[in-house]
Write a protein that binds this ligand. Sequence first.
Ligand SMILES: *Cc1c(COP(=O)(O)O)cnc(C)c1O
Length: 394
Amino acid sequence: MQSKVLTQYLQSNLDNLKEQGLYNEIDALSEANGPIIHINGRELINLSSNNYLGLANDARLISVANRANEKYGVGAGAVRTINGTMDIHEELEAKIAQFKHTEAAIAFQSGFNCNMGAISAVMDKNDVIFSDSLNHASIIDGCRLSRATIIRYQHSDMNDLKQQIETAGNNYTKKMIITDGVFSMDGDIAKLDEIVAIAKQYDCMVYVDDAHGTGVMGQGAGTVKHFGLQKEVDFQMGTLSKAIGVVGGYVAGSQELIDWLKVRARPFLFSTSLTPASAAASIEAINILMESTDLHDKLWENGDYLKQGLSALGFNIGNSKTPITPCILGDEKLSQQFSKRLNEEGVYAKAIVFPTVPMNTGRIRNMPTASHTKQQLDRALAIYELVGKELGVI
Ligand SMILES: *Cc1c(COP(=O)(O)O)cnc(C)c1O
């Protein structure tokens, strides 16, 4: 029997979430997470994945992953520092460094793990971290784990960032500015040029989480490349789980930084390595991105098309500068209801509500990918128009 105290805790909190429209129902896909998905026997146009370039179900990646499974087995068998490092992991790290124009790179099992490990490997209780108010949950948790003082600055507000650094003064041993490269729920881009200039002025490190920039910005190489700042950003963190299409995370930076992370980042030391198939597929994905910008270009074309369409219908698509296309509705329950109606009409676009985004900024987050056809996007826009009118949004 589950203990009474736990039952009480769970029931009251679950009921509470459901009443507020904050309880998330999870749908299971019965096939790949492509432009069309299948849920409970229904076929839906998918606008909710981070499979930006369609690589998660690309035949080339599947083929190398299959070969890696045959050669290395399905699991790495140990943590990286014991004997879970295979040549394919080292090959992946060399490939990431080449892709990101850095001396070296370290791969993790996920982007979340990476932020847990890398921030706390360098920062400690005598340090201070200046963190954008809209940074991803894994950055927030990674910062907390480090026990450094965390000072949030207003989203992309460079005056506030400066002010906070001035106010913090010289009470700390090390200072770090940390930001998403592309903000995941809004699609706007960090002002990295200004951040790097401020960091120089005040002697801060710079850590950029480019989970949503890789494959999307800088001709595919990411937001840091977009600004030409490969030599100025200390930590180019990213994920292999979004545009790259597989799973995993990494930091690219100086050889010294990577040497240090390999002896101090705890998920690298205490959690089993990335599967060999994931490493192989990620290498293939990066090769594809380095060879051609075709997928990247198609993604932008589709993103612009959907944004223009939604905007012309009168929806508030916020301040996105990338293919991430939020449709901001405000109210949490309205957002949930909107998403449910889209789903009934054949579009899968998830409502994003608190705590993923601030209260009263509930939204539908649309993510067109390189694999969508114009016809699918037109169909999605027609359904948006129908539901938007029905619910009095447009
Ligand atoms: C998704 C995401 C992560 C986590 O990456 P995973 O590889 O999925 O664990 C980290 N940072 C940001 C900004 C993200 O959007």
